[in-house]
Design a protein around this ligand. Sequence first.
Ligand code: SF4
Length: 700
Amino acid sequence: ANVVPDATTTMVCGFCATGCGLNIHMKENEAVGLTPATEYPVNLGMACPKGWEALTPLQAKDRATAPLLREQRGGQLEEVDWDRAMVVFCERIKEIQAKHGKESVAFLSTGQIVAEEMAFLGALSKFGMGMKHGDGNTRQCMATAVVAYKQSFGFDSPPYTYQDFEESDVIVLIGSNLCIAHPIMWQRVERNPHNPEIVVIDPRKTETAVAATQHYPIAPKSDLVFFYGLARLLLEKGYVDHKFIAAHCEHFDEFEKHIAQFTPDEVEKRSGISIAQLDQLAETIGAGKRVSFWWTMGVNQGHEAVRTAQAIINIALMTGNIGRPGTGANSITGQCNAMGSRLFSNTTNLLGGHDFSNQADREKVAEALAMNPELIPTETGWAYDQIIEGIHAGKIKALWVVATNGSHSWIHQEQYREAMEKLDFLVVQDMYATTETVEQADLLLPAAGWGEKDGVFINSERRIGLVKKVAKAPGSALSDFNIFRLIAQYWGCGEMFSRWSSPEHVFRILTKISQGQPCDISGIDSYRTLDELGGIQWPCRPEDVEGLTQDNQRRLFSDGRFFHANGRAKFLFSDPVEVAEPTDDEFPFILLTGRGSSAQWHTQTRTKKSAVLRKLYPQSIYVEVHPEDAEKLGIEPNDTITVHSRRAEVTVTAMVTPTVQPGQLFMPMHYAKTNQLTKASFDPFSRQPSYKFCAVRVVR
Ligand code: SF4
C-alpha cells in the first residue's frame, strides 16, 4: 500500500559484515519501508538484494511468538508462558549442573546478534551461571583470521578501510567471491580509478574470477604451497622491502630458509598453476605500488587455514604492502557482527579482547563490571567442535543455542544432529519456530530479530554501527537482551547485572572494558555519537574523536608498529600437510562448498522468507559439474544425480558448467543436504571447520 512515512532513521543492515547503512522509513514509529542510505560512509548509496529485503523476514508466518516446551522427547512443542519457560530453563540447567558439574552445560551463539547481547550472554553464562564452555558460529567463518592476526600482529586486527579497495593498483582476492558474497565491496573495486589489476586466486571460475584481469585456478587446498612458492619467487626477483622487514618484522630469516624448498616446479606440480603463470603473478605484485590482499572463506575454511592466512600476511609484510593506502593483508568478515563476537562475546577472548588466563585482565574486567574476579574462568572454554565432541562423550549434557542453526550448517551434519539427540536438555533461542535446530529442541525461547531491538554491530573494517528498534517483535517474543535479563532474574544472579538495564548502558560498560586495548572504543560516549558520525572504526580513544567526520576512514599500522610487545610483526609458517580426506578410486571427486548467490544467506532462515529473494536463486539443491565429467558420466543438464560421500548420499540437480574444473564439484551451503556430505576436519590452530574439501563420487 502507498503509506506515506512520517520519519526516517538510519541503521546498519543485519546480514553481512559489509555493514551497509539503510534508511528505514517509519510511520507512527513502525518501519514501513527502506532505501539504502546515501550519506552512510560504507555503502555508496547502495544495498544488495538482501539489504533491500531486510524487513520482509520480520513478517514471516513461522516467527516464534511464544515460548514452546516439549515436555517429553518425541512429544510436541507446546506453548507456555514466559514464567513457565524460565522456571523450566533454570530448574533443568541447575539440576544438570548439580548432577554432572557446572561444566556440563554449554552455549553456542552467533555473529548475528548485537554486541551488547553477545556480551550479556557471555557474562551471564560464564560469570553468573558458572559455565565454562561456549562458542559462536563465528568459529565457522572467522576463527582462522582471528588466530592468524593474533599470532602475526599481536591482536585480532584487520588493518584496512574500505577505501583501500579504491586506492590499490593491484587487488588480490583469495578464496573470495566478492561479487556475490560482498557485492557492495565489489562496487568499490569497480570504482577504483587506478585501472587496477584484479587478481583472483580460487579453484572455481566464480563471478569474481570472470570479472578479474587475472585468474589463478589453483588446485583445491594447494594454497599454502602456492603462497610459499610465490614468496620464494618474489624474493628471488628482488621484490622485497628489506628496509620495512628490518624495521618492523621478525623471523624473516627463518621464513626465507623455509620457503627455499617451494620451487616453481613444485608449485606447478601441486597447484596446477604453470611456472609462467606464477611468474606473471610475481611480476604483477612486484610492479604494484599499492598491492592489497583480501581473503575470506576459501582460506578460512581449510585444514591448514591459519598458516595459509599467515602466508598471505607474510607476502604483504615482505613486500611492504601494509599500513599504507591501498595495501594490507585483509580478512573480509562474513556476518554482520562477527567482529563484535570476536571482541565481546566472552568465548575465545575475555570481554574486550582480553585473556582469560591473564590475572591482570581478569581483574580489570571484574572491576569494570563491579564483580568478584574469582567468578571469571581462568582459561578459555572449548571450541565449537570440542563442545559437540563433549556431547558425544557424555561430558556436555545441556546446550543453549542462540540465533544459529547448527543442525543445518555444521560440518558432517549427522554427527551434529546425533549430538543434539544425546543431550538431556536442548534450549534454542531464535526468531523462528521452524529451523532444523528448533525441530530438535526441548525448549524454544522466541527472540526478536534485527530491526526489533537496539545495539551495535562491528563490520569488516572495524566500524561500530548502530541498529535500532524500528518494528515490534511478534506475540510475546523478546529481544535477546531482555531474555538474558529475565534469565538472570530467575537464576538468582540479577543483582550482578543490575547495571545492565539497557543495551546503551551495556555499550558504555564495554567501552570502559576496552580501554587501553588495541580495540579501545572509550572515546565513543553514546549511541548518538555513532548515529551522527555514521559509525566509527576502532580504535576510538577520546583523543581520536575530535575532528572525526562522517567520512571517517582509518587504517591500522601506518606507523609500522604492530601489537606484539616489541612492536614487530612475525613471519609464521609450517610445513604443508595432506587434507583429511584425499580423493581415491572409490571417491574420485573433490567437493567444494560455498556461497550460491547474493540473495541467499547462511541456512536461509531469513532469505527464504522473501518472495523477491527466492526468485533470484534455484529453489532446489544443485551441484556444479564440469562438462567433461558430465560427458564421461552421461550426465545432461538438469538431470537428477546422486552425490555420495563416506557419510551420506544426496540427490541433487546437475548444473553442467565450466565454473568448476574437471574432477571437482561445487554445492552451495544454503541447502540443508550439503553438509550431510562434508567431513568433519579442522584447522589445528583455529579449530575452524574445513568445508572446502572432501572426497565424493557421482552416480547418475
Ligand atoms: Fe546488507 Fe551486506 Fe547486502 Fe550491505 S552487502 S545490504 S550489509 S547484506
